[in-house]
Design a protein around this ligand. Structure first.
Ligand code: KDG
Length: 339
């Protein structure tokens, strides 16, 4: 009795269709096996979403497609996975958009700090024309963008001291995603940022090579950062989307029916994953407090100071990444705020 479809609304057309192997509906589907790379752990919403994707794809292909999901950077960090997708050695992968700026710099618009106030605004931009414009830039880099999932709002942790003011950032050695906007943001705040792949992060914190890092609460929980970080600041300074991509080399071998099964499953499992991440984020804060993390928040006054300090970074990258695109993003956010 566990085979209950969790998502009843929206999504692909095949939701409630049981397709039997060998019937006319799926005669165009070939037997295929492929790898899906998930960066975070199996119990993180990214991992649970990956498993949901597998379930949907295997069902809607009548068992012809077999998805093998690899968790926890087993197939490599985000950079490696995007390289493997480009060369075709991995078929599917979910990574943060931030390291992808190495290929398509315009993804950096999502790295601008304090752009989104909430997830609803992020959804509107990602699922709207701006999100689509960026996905359309990927085939030129041998990648196919199938949709956005949620990593989430990032918060600062460190092992040294409570961080509750702009002043407190001074001199802290912070690991960032390898991404120029992130580096500039932390420099503007007075910290000492170092780019590093996620897979090396825990050890770097454990050995005190760095003082801190920033990630969404769900990742801080699932990757057990609370074991090596005693302070959590609810900074929500950036929202990081996950992007679900296919290798173009793999994708180009599929027929339309096969492509549709995968495309629809990314959207359907993505709706589930975003919802799950939002529920889990609420629970994570309690979880991390129970694990002994000391939680700080910024007063409105300090938040204003911080936003003032990073404004030059926003201005610089708005120009560099395309003022028109950035304006479109702000317009879409304004539309949601006005609703
Ligand atoms: O490879 C792990 C990823 O999922 C990564 O994108 C997580 O946000 C992340 C980070 O900080 O690298």
């Amino acid at each position: 009795g566990l085979l209950i479809s969790v998502i009843g609304c929206g999504g692909g057309q095949n939701n409630n269709t049981t397709v039997q192997s060998g019937t006319s509906e799926n005669k165009g589907i070939s037997e295929r096996k492929f790898k899906l790379s998930v960066g975070l752990t199996e119990d993180h919403p990214e991992g649970v979403g990956g498993k949901k994707f597998k379930e949907i794809v295997e069902k809607n292909s009548g068992g012809k497609f077999q998805v093998n999901v690899y968790f926890n950077n087993q197939l490599g960090d985000d950079k490696k996975v995007s390289d493997s997708l480009q060369s075709g050695t991995v078929e599917l992968g979910i990574i943060s958009t931030s390291p992808l700026t190495a290929s398509v710099k315009e993804f950096g618009i999502f790295d601008l700090p304090f752009i989104f106030n909430n997830e609803k605004e992020a959804d509107a931009v990602l699922d709207g024309t701006v999100g689509k414009t960026l996905l359309d830039k990927l085939p030129a880099h041998n990648l196919i963008g199938l949709g956005y999932w949620e990593n989430g709002f990032r918060n600062l942790t460190n092992s040294k001291k409570p961080v509750a003011t702009l002043e407190d950032f001074k001199g802290l050695k912070i690991r960032t995603i390898p991404n120029q906007v992130h580096l500039d943001v932390f420099k503007a705040l007075g910290a000492n940022p170092t780019p590093m792949p996620f897979s090396e992060l825990f050890t770097a914190m454990e050995s005190k090579t760095i003082d801190g890092q920033e990630n969404p609460l769900t990742a801080i929980q699932s990757s057990k950062f609370y074991e090596v970080q005693s302070h959590l600041s609810l900074s929500k300074h950036l929202y990081t989307p996950f992007i679900f991509m296919a290798s173009k080399k793999f994708w180009d071998k599929l027929n339309d029916q096969e492509k549709k099964i995968l495309q629809d499953a990314v959207i359907e499992a993505g709706k589930f994953q975003r919802e799950l991440n939002r529920e889990e984020t609420k629970k994570s804060l309690e979880y991390l407090k129970n694990k002994g993390m000391q939680v700080s928040e910024f007063s409105n006054e300090e938040t204003k100071k911080i936003q003032e300090a990073v404004k030059p970074v926003i201005d610089k990258y708005s120009k560099e990444l395309g003022e028109e695109l950035v304006k479109k993003m702000f317009d879409e956010i304004q539309k949601v705020r006005g609703e």
